[in-house]
Design a protein around this ligand. Structure first.
Ligand SMILES: Nc1ncnc2c1ncn2[C@@H]1O[C@H](COP(=O)(O)OP(=O)(O)OP(=O)(O)O)[C@@H](O)[C@H]1O
Ligand SMILES: [Mg+2]
Length: 247
């Protein structure tokens, strides 16, 4: 069964059509890259999927259920997590505290006002595993503001993963990173569980081709290609949009 589908989704911002009749279908466990020039509508697409925005028209379904106008909180509870294009950390808290807050936010889903003693152990354990998975265990006591830029992006991803989401949306996870930080991030993302469905907006083509099973190309709000990497790489329309840039 399709995990996520966008059906004829359009988005207008005061006369600007950011998305035009977008149809996208994502299978469970798929790793899908969303690419396209600046202003193509990629982040808008994420905002619609995650509930930050309601589309002007069209529908979104998650595992067969219509979720078009659900809030980000509801989408989060249905297993969706995301990172943002811009930094969203608590910079004065430690790395570990940032992750712990995210783990606790997820534990509170059951609306338990009272937490039994064993819940704290579970939070600690989950926090440790998330920090290790992100390669940040040795940096756990460092305030987030002292982390390198690349480490901060890794921490954002760790926070998104804290609740073991089924669907993870990454908005330009390697933007602004050094070559070494990018390599480390690609390795971290590549090592995520295979049953986690991943949508990744990315400008770095090496990263796209290293991670994606399938690529959707947006240009001026239109889907101009949606296929496996080898087909997209050789698509004439895509090449025209990326004129001068190696694909
Ligand atoms: N809240 C908003 N109000 C008005 N216009 C917006 C809003 N959000 C996005 N836009 C416009 O919609 C278009 C698509 O923006 P979007 O951020 O989705 O592009 P993008 O593909 O993510 O670009 P980038 O690669 O630069 O991040 C742009 O022209 C942008 O200026
Ligand atoms: Mg964007």
């Amino acid at each position: 069964m399709t995990l996520l589908s966008l059906n004829a989704v359009s988005m207008n911002f005061a006369g600007l059509q950011a998305l035009r009749d977008v149809n996208i279908s994502i299978e469970p466990g798929e790793r899908r890259a969303i690419i396209g020039p600046n202003g193509a509508g990629k982040t808008t697409l994420f905002n619609i999927i995650s509930g930050e925005l309601s589309p002007s028209s069209g529908t979104v379904t998650l595992a067969g259920r219509t979720v078009t106008n659900l809030t980000p909180e509801r989408m989060f509870r249905l297993g969706l997590a995301r990172t943002f294009q811009k930094n969203s950390l608590f910079l004065d808290l430690t790395t570990q505290e940032n992750v712990r807050l995210a783990v606790q936010a997820h534990q509170r889903q059951g609306h338990h006002w009272f937490q039994p003693w064993w819940a704290f152990d579970a939070v600690n354990e989950r926090t440790r595993r998330v920090l290790e998975g992100a390669g940040l265990w040795s940096r756990r006591l460092e305030p987030a503001k002292n982390l390198s830029y690349g480490e901060q992006r890794q921490l954002e991803m760790a926070i998104a993963l804290a609740g073991e989401p089924a669907l993870l949306l990454l908005d330009e996870p390697t933007a602004g990173m050094s070559v070494a930080e990018t390599a480390s991030s690609v390795a971290t993302i590549g090592a995520l569980p295979r049953d986690l469905t991943l949508l990744i907006i990315e400008h770095d083509m090496d990263t796209v081709f290293a991670l994606a099973d399938r690529i959707t190309v947006l240009d001026h709000g239109l889907v101009i290609a949606d296929d496996v990497p080898d087909v997209v790489r050789n698509d004439e329309q895509v090449r025209a949009v990326y004129l001068g840039e190696p694909l």
